[in-house]
Design a protein around this ligand. Structure first.
Ligand code: URA
Length: 194
């Protein structure tokens, strides 16, 4: 499959799903089409709307620092959101807005085929990993789902920026990503060969 072409088709489809009249751009997400790790946030903010890119404001800077902390760059992973336009005044997206854009995320997951999906915040978690508890109960705990992928819920970096306790927790939860990747690689190697 030509993943870049398939992701562009998702972008074209997104443009037919405008949610807000005053949003300046569509923010489909960016990164490696072959990423092993997919990050899913909530919705673009002002900076993201201005640039048409996900996580480029203060929360994005913090995300990039945490990635660097585990030896990764933004270009190594794929970063996107549940809702791919900026809600007015950064309000929480409504359930029907989430429902309108969620199929696009599902297509991105199929195309990229990541091993790990990291959910940033409760909106992302409630869509991708429903019924496992609240984010304060399960943050940092990996879940293997029927599709074979590992789903890791984390606090949202924007929430952690304003709460020192959450920040430390997020940084330590974030380090689990490299442990999970190592485990998955080992699992792959240990599989009996044909
Ligand atoms: N917060 C999000 O959830 N997504 C972004 O892209 C930026 C900030």
């Amino acid at each position: 499959m030509d993943k870049t072409k398939a992701l562009n088709e998702v972008y074209e489809e997104l443009k037919t799903k405008r949610l807000y009249d005053d949003a300046k751009s569509f923010v489909p997400g960016e990164g490696s089409p072959n990423a092993e790790i997919l990050f899913v946030g909530e919705a673009p903010g002002q900076k993201e709307d201005e640039q048409g890119r996900p996580f480029v404001g203060a929360a994005g800077k913090f995300l990039a620092e945490m990635l660097e902390g585990i030896g990764l760059k933004r270009e190594d992973v794929f970063i996107t959101n549940i809702v791919k336009q900026r809600p007015p005044n950064n309000r929480d997206p409504l359930p029907e807005e989430i429902a309108a854009h969620f199929p696009l995320l599902q297509k991105q997951i199929e195309i990229i085929n990541p091993k790990i999906i990291v959910m940033l915040g409760r909106h992302s978690m409630s869509q991708l990993l429903p019924n496992v508890g609240t984010i304060s109960q399960v943050h940092g705990r990996p879940f293997r789902r029927a599709d074979g992928r590992v789903y890791l819920p984390l606090y949202h970096p924007a929430a952690a920026l304003y709460n020192a306790g959450l920040k430390d927790t997020l940084i330590s939860d974030f380090r689990k990503i490299s442990l999970i990747l190592k485990k998955l690689d080992k699992e792959q190697k240990d599989l009996p060969k044909e």
